[in-house]
Structures are given as structure tokens and as C-alpha cells.
Ligand binder design. Structure first.
Ligand code: SF4
Ligand code: SF4
Length: 632
């Protein structure tokens, strides 16, 4: 790709690393290129030791694996294993939060219930009595309902999907055999079915992909976010800043990286408590900044500044200004420890699942959260003492950004326009075309797509056509860094219709200007918030979610988690754009299934577009088709 639109922040960060002689992921990718074509097409199998088997999709050489596995079955098995990886990550995260909440309620973990409104809302959804009861008792009932799902062997439908997902879609999933019971059993079954000598039917395997994706959507994402909101509070609109320029030369910079707010909330708490120690060490203050999804969690609930998305993680360490990077789970590059040890940076792992050579490991588990968080912040202060007075190289770039757009915050805002029927202003503006449609821009940041600013440019094309953008994860960081979460972006990029809507909403929110056109809805698990918003709009309109003028996009796919999230959108009937291509192109039947035939099953299709304008054009055309079908 032409190196013409590399975002200025990426360029500045790369220069810092290059000036100091660091090899970066780009260098490592370059020496590895071209990457394996069999792997990219999905036609390699190393599941058993008669392999690894590779099938040339152009017909040269073997037509099947040694055991006779066809290319379609091979790509479908591989895709299912990707989906299991993503789902296991989110379900594991959700279960960890669930057990933390249980232990907090039993007085064994030092966390308080901050999201009372969420407890009450979920109690209503699950039919838990509230009259005359303590919040903690209501909460215990919710915990038990969630725990039941992880222990059940009765094959009855899972509680969380049954009560939280829309009824009409559930009926379809039931007809297709996609409803699930115990998520752990399903993960086991999927791994079993994809092992040597088991499921070899591509259609059966692809249905398993959809089922696994539903588990991700409702027991991974939705359960996780529901419980995190109970523990840490429902996000409210807050203004923050984003990009490497949020690091402060004279402060103790603590970068919280990973996904689980059970850790980062405690780090933030102890950073406040130990501020005096930092000042005594010569610092102005302790500056907790957020990286990747943990950053999003902190910015959503506390307005904590966002320092870096995933592909910038090694680069911000090269500034020499990060005193501690504390990590929990997922998306933690092993390379980080190698960069950190070139500076005074304490690179601290905390989870037994994430052990990295050369890292400092401070075990963090909820029962002893305070002791561990205190030790971690003290390590950061110690690192600052060692760094103090040494030169650092912090690019000055940063942008303001509005965050905290939970569904509850959005509805509260809309209620200022219509208290009786808060969603009506949105519905009216969708109907009159001021809001042409919605795109959920989600997922990772990829060094393969940073050179053409894939996410930023695609989003700008969408905004010009009055498409409202909802974002989470590392794409939220990208948008925030590029100034797309500011009032100025509304003036600069939006079509007239969307601009008019956002001006009214900005006034209602008490902002100086319009509401930004890209709504920061949180971390990757918070894709459930996008789904909740779509479900609410669909219910208000009396249509299925898949009928809405809405599309999902993962413009810089990296992680398995993005595959399972995308699958959960597809199961809901929401079509998805994706870049790069998922590893299915070596299987013609599977490729056709996802790009065409799925329309008949759930109403959704997958589209691969590698350039920003092509991606935006396809999504706009798809939305236009949905609008036409709705008669608007
Ligand atoms: S296992 Fe697959 S992706 Fe890896 S080198 Fe072999 S063929 Fe390529
Ligand atoms: S399961 Fe079949 S296709 Fe896969 S490695 Fe073994 S023999 Fe090859």
C-alpha cells in the first residue's frame, strides 16, 4: 500500500522507535513477507500428525488432506477454531467478572456495587423480585442465574440469551439449532467436532460457527458488560483525550493495558491513594492512561485518557516515558517486555494465563486486589524515581474525545428531546434520511491497514453520507486519536442531515457544539451495547434487527475475537464488512455461504473490501437496500 496517508500519530511514534534503533512489528512483518498463502486462504490443516496438509485452491497438487478432508471442510474447521478462540476469551472474561461479583457480594473481594440502576434493570428483565429487598440480595439472585448457565447439564436454553436476546431472532436460532445451553460444553463440543476424524461437513461446521458466535455475543459480551456495569457503574458521557501526547514527562505514567476492569479499576483507585508518594518521589502526579480495551473501559467510566491502540503498544514504550505498563489478558504482545527492559519501565503481568519472559509478574486476583494494586502502583513510582531527569521523547499529538456513550447515556440524552418516547427523535431522523443509517465500526488496529488509514478514511466517507458511526475497541482509539469524537468533526465531515441531528443532541447534552459523529461505546465486549441499541430501535419500530439500516464493520481485523463478534452480528441478521479477508477463500462453498447464501438463513452477508472508499460505498449501498425494503 502507498505510504501516503499514514496517520501523523503513527508516523511520529514510528520515528521515535526508529530513531532509537528499535525493530517494530512492521519490520518483523516485512522480513516475514510474503506470508503463507495456504494460511491466508485457510487451506492448511495441522490438526493431526499425518499433516500438516496443504491444499492448493488452484487445483495444483492434492485435492484433499491425507485423511480426505475437503478444502471447504478444512476452512470451516479452521474458522470454527478461530471462533472458539474468540468466544473462549470473552466467556472467560465474563466468568471472571461473575466470580468477582459473587465474591464481592460475599465480602471476599474488595469491590462495591456501583451500578444500582443496572441491577434494577436486569432484575426486571430476569423477573427477580425487588420490592423491599436490599440491592445486594437482588444482585445475588442475578449472580445465581448467571452461575446456573455455567454449571447446567440439562440442555435447557441458556438463561442469558433467553432473557436478553430479542424473541423473534431467538425463534429463528432455535429453528436453525443454534440456541445453546452451557457455554463451556459448547466450547468443548466445538473443539471435539473439529479434531481429527469428526465433523467434515462444511455446512454443519458453519452452523457451529454461528452457534459459537451467539455464545460469544450473549454469554461473552452481554453477560460480561451487564456484570461490569453492576460492579463499576453504567458509563455516562465524559470528555477525555487520546493519543500518545497524554503521557506526561514529569508524572508517574501508568499505562493500563488489556481488557478486564477488575484490575484497572483497582489500579486507578490506588493511583489516587498513592499520589502523595509519587509527589514525594518528585513527580507532579500519577497519570493513569489507558491502552487497548482496558483503556476504553476506564475512559468510558472515568474519562481516563487513551494513550494507544494495540498496534501502538510497543511504540509508546519507546518514548521512555511509561513508568509502568500493567497488563491483564488478551492482545498483550510478548515484544512489550523486550522494549520495556531497554528503559526504566516496569512491564507487569498479572494473570497466570499471561506469563511473558522478562516481565515482572505480580499475581492479581480479586480477593487480594488492594494489596496487588498497591504493589503495582508502588513499582511505577519506583520506576519514575529511576527515570527522573532522563530524556524522554513524547510526540505531542493528542485530541479531545467524547466517550461514555452507553445505551443508558444515549437514552438519557434523547429523553431530553422526548421524555415520553426517547427513541422517537432517532426513528424520525432515520425515516426522514437525516440519519441515513448506522455502522458499528469495531475491532482491532492492524499494522497491515495503518498505512492507508483504513478506519479513519472509511469512517469519513460514511459520515459524508449521513451515516452515524458507533465504535468500540481499538477502532475507537483510532477514531479518537484522529479527532473524530469532537464537535469539530461533525462540522468538518458530516453530511447536512447528520450534522443537524448532532447539533440538536449536542445542545441537549450541554456541549459547546454538536455531539461528535462517532460515538465511543466502549471496549470490544461493549459491542453488546451496540447490539442493545439496535435491538431497542428494532423493537421500537416493530421490525427485526436485521431489517434496520445498519451494518457492522471490522476494517482492521487482527484478533480471533473479532471473528466471533462478527459472527454474532451475522446471526442477528446484520451484514458485516471485513478487512482483511477471513481465511476462507480456499473453500468455495464456504465463501459463497458467507458472502451470498447466508442471506437466506439470517438475512446477512459478509463483504470483503480492502480500501476505505470501497468499504464505505458497499456499506452505504447495503444500507440503501435496507431503507428501500423498509419503505423509507
Ligand atoms: S501451518 Fe499453515 S500457515 Fe503455517 S506455515 Fe504451514 S501451511 Fe502455512
Ligand atoms: S486432520 Fe486430515 S487434513 Fe488435517 S492434518 Fe490430519 S490428515 Fe491432514
Amino acid at each position: 500500500m502507498a505510504d501516503t496517508t499514514l496517520p501523523v500519530i503513527e508516523g511520529a511514534l514510528l520515528k521515535v522507535a526508529q530513531d532509537k534503533g528499535f525493530a517494530t512489528a512492521r519490520d518483523r512483518l516485512e522480513v516475514m513477507s510474503p506470508q503463507c498463502g495456504f494460511g491466508e486462504l485457510g487451506t492448511c490443516c495441522r490438526i493431526c500428525y499425518m499433516g500438516p496438509c496443504r491444499i492448493d485452491p488452484f487445483g495444483n497438487g492434492p485435492k484433499t488432506g491425507v485423511c480426505g478432508l475437503t478444502p471447504d471442510a478444512m476452512v470451516a474447521r479452521n474458522l470454527l477454531r478461530d471462533t472458539v478462540g474468540g468466544t473462549a476469551s470473552h466467556v472467560g472474561h465474563a466468568r471472571h467478572v461473575l466470580l468477582t461479583l459473587r465474591d464481592a457480594l460475599n465480602g471476599k473481594a474488595p469491590y462495591q456495587i456501583k451500578g444500582v440502576s443496572k441491577v434494577m434493570a436486569l432484575a426486571k428483565t430476569f423477573g427477580v423480585p425487588t420490592e423491599g429487598r436490599e440491592v445486594n440480595d437482588i444482585c445475588r439472585d442475578l449472580v445465581n442465574i448467571a452461575l446456573e448457565d455455567f454449571g447446567r447439564q440439562d440442555e435447557l436454553p441458556n438463561n442469558w440469551i433467553s432473557k436478553r436476546a430479542p424473541a423473534e431472532e431467538q425463534a429463528l436460532w432455535s429453528d436453525l439449532g443454534l440456541m445453546y445451553s452451557n457455554p463451556h460444553n459448547e466450547i468443548e463440543t466445538a473443539m471435539h467436532a473439529t479434531s481429527m476424524g469428526n465433523d467434515a461437513d462444511p455446512v454443519s461446521l458453519m452452523l457451529r460457527v454461528l452457534k459459537m458466535s451467539l455464545i460469544d455475543g450473549w454469554t461473552g459480551l452481554t453477560l460480561c458488560v451487564d456484570l461490569q456495569d453492576i460492579l463499576f457503574g453504567v458509563p455516562e458521557i465524559a470528555v477525555t483525550e487520546a493519543a500518545v501526547g497524554v503521557l506526561e514527562e514529569n508524572s508517574v505514567n501508568v499505562a493500563a493495558h488489556g481488557h478486564n476492569p477488575v484490575l484497572s479499576e483497582k489500579i486507578l483507585e490506588w493511583a489516587e491513594k498513592l499520589e502523595g508518594d509519587a509527589i514525594a518521589a518528585g513527580a507532579e502526579r500519577i497519570n493513569v492512561v489507558g491502552v487497548c480495551c482496558t483503556g476504553n473501559e476506564l475512559s468510558m467510566r472515568h474519562g481516563v485518557k487513551l494513550a494507544a491502540h494495540n498496534s501502538q503498544t510497543e511504540l509508546i514504550l519507546a518514548t521512555g516515558a511509561v513508568d509502568a505498563m500493567v497488563v491483564d489478558i488478551q492482545c498483550i504482545w510478548p515484544q512489550l517486555a523486550q522494549v520495556a527492559k531497554c528503559f526504566d519501565t516496569a512491564f507487569i503481568t498479572t494473570d497466570a494465563m499471561v506469563r511473558i519472559p522478562d516481565a515482572i509478574h505480580i499475581p492479581f486476583e480479586p480477593h487480594h486486589a488492594d494489596e496487588s494494586a498497591r504493589e503495582i502502583v508502588q513499582k511505577a513510582i519506583d520506576a519514575f524515581r529511576r527515570r527522573r531527569g532522563k530524556p524522554v521523547d513524547i510526540p505531542r499529538h493528542k485530541s479531545t474525545a467524547v466517550a461514555g456513550l452507553s445505551v443508558e447515556a444515549i437514552v438519557d440524552l434523547l429523553a431530553k428531546l422526548d421524555a415520553e418516547d426517547p427513541l422517537k427523535p432517532v426513528i424520525d431522523n432515520v425515516a426522514n434520511g437525516n440519519i441515513f443509517g448506522f455502522v458499528g465500526v469495531v475491532g482491532c488496529s492492524s499494522i497491515k491497514f495503518r498505512d492507508n488509514a483504513m478506519t479513519e478514511e472509511m469512517v469519513k466517507h460514511l459520515l459524508r453520507q449521513n451515516v452515524l458511526v458507533l465504535t468500540t475497541g481499538c477502532t475507537a482509539h483510532i477514531c479518537a486519536q484522529d479527532g473524530l469524537m469532537t464537535s469539530e468533526a461533525t462540522y468538518r465531515y458530516c453530511g447536512d442531515g447528520l450534522k443537524a441531528v448532532l447539533e440538536v443532541l449536542g445542545k441537549a447534552a450541554g456541549l459547546d457544539g454538536p455531539l461528535p459523529p462517532v460515538w465511543h461505546m466502549g471496549a470490544c465486549v461493549d459491542n453488546s451495547r451496540i447490539v442493545d441499541l439496535m435491538v431497542a430501535l428494532a423493537e421500537r419500530l416493530g421490525v427485526k434487527v436485521g431489517q434496520l439500516p445498519a451494518v457492522g464493520s471490522a476494517p482492521e481485523l487482527v484478533q480471533e475475537k473479532a471473528v466471533s463478534i462478527g459472527g454474532s452480528f451475522l446471526a442477528l441478521g446484520v451484514s458485516c464488512h471485513i478487512a482483511p479477508a477471513p481465511r476462507i477463500l480456499g473453500g468455495p462453498m464456504v465463501t459463497k455461504l458467507l458472502t451470498e447464501d447466508l442471506q437466506e438463513l439470517t438475512g446477512a452477508v459478509v463483504r470483503v473490501e480492502l480500501e476505505p472508499k470501497g468499504a464505505a460505498d458497499w456499506m452505504i449501498a447495503h444500507i440503501a437496500g435496507k431503507r428501500a425494503a423498509l419503505g423509507i
